[in-house]
Design a protein around this ligand. Structure first.
Ligand SMILES: Cc1cc2nc3c(=O)[nH]c(=O)nc-3n(C[C@H](O)[C@H](O)[C@H](O)COP(=O)(O)O)c2cc1C
Ligand code: SF4
Ligand code: SF4
Length: 247
């Protein structure tokens, strides 16, 4: 079974490719979280967890959901983490999760995909993004082949910087950087409700046809990146930046 979480489509793209290669079932964790569904999940013994990297680890909301759910029959778990550039020492925390869940840890693979984090950095223009995805395709195939053969992934890089980012910086990032308050919709908003439908945490509602953000946000970038009229800004950080999503 392939579990994936995706704000802007990169992880879904990878999950679908792996699912096709392995002829395996695919489950959208974002939908489960959105609907508050923590029911037991029956598996075929193999879990492949595909996620974006959030501050050098898998997204906190995904880890919480995995911890809460009973994965019946699950024996082995592979982690596939896409990122703009690096996953740090995420492997340590994925291993810890496996120990707690009694899964055999089969490793963590890094796949570089287009950066989506426009609340902090820049996303690439369409053409550049396409080239990054093209470059990622052989790595996705390699990952699929490794899983198909039942082999573990090679250990990712793990230097002092990686360890520092995943351990000390990750919690500070959630505490100080992940806020919904700067989100605003401007006059370009056509009240389509897509941002409301896409938010995995139900953090957005329409008031008089315009989106209003509460405080329960994980910075997945789904709302701001998918808005069809580019009406959403994150304070001044996102102004003039290309919106990126893959689908
Ligand atoms: C909140 C947040 C934190 C991120 N942290 C990292 C990071 O630590 N390292 C990195 O290389 N990319 C980071 N990124 C970039 C994403 O991991 C990357 O673009 C990913 O492929 C997006 O996947 P998605 O389209 O499935 O949401 C971050 C993006 C967001 C939104
Ligand atoms: S997705 Fe954009 S246009 Fe649609 S309701 Fe949200 S802000 Fe308005
Ligand atoms: S408010 Fe936007 S960025 Fe925050 S969790 Fe919802 S969709 Fe993601």
């Amino acid at each position: 079974m392939i579990l994936y979480f995706s704000g802007t489509g990169n992880s879904r793209y990878i999950a679908r490719k792996i699912a096709a290669e392995l002829d395996d079932e695919i489950v959208n964790v974002g939908d489960k979280i959105k609907s508050g569904n923590n029911d037991p999940v029956k598996t075929n013994g193999r879990l492949i967890i595909v996620t974006p990297t959030y501050a050098w680890r898998i997204p906190k909301i995904v880890e919480i959901w995995i911890r809460e759910v009973d994965f019946q029959g699950a024996e082995k778990a592979w982690f596939v983490m896409d990122c703009g550039s690096e996953i740090g020492n995420a492997a340590k925390y994925n291993l810890r999760l496996c120990v707690d869940k009694k899964f055999e840890y089969m490793g963590t693979a890094q796949i570089v995909m287009p950066e989506n984090y426009i609340a902090m950095f820049n996303s690439p223009e369409k053409k550049v993004a396409e080239r990054i995805v093209e470059k990622a395709n052989p790595f996705i195939k390699k990952v699929s082949d490794t899983i198909k053969a039942g082999n573990p992934f090679k250990k990712p890089r793990n230097n002092v910087y990686d360890r520092f980012m995943s351990s000390a910086v990750n919690p500070l990032f959630y505490k100080f950087s992940v806020k919904a308050k700067p989100f605003r919709a401007n006059d370009k908003c056509v009240s389509c409700g897509l941002c409301v439908r896409l938010c995995p945490l139900n953090n957005i509602r329409l008031e008089k046809g315009k989106p209003v953000w509460e405080n329960n946000c994980t910075h997945c970038m789904a709302c701001i990146a998918h808005c069809p009229t580019e009406a959403i800004e994150y304070g001044k950080k996102s102004v003039g930046k290309p919106r990126y999503h893959l689908d």
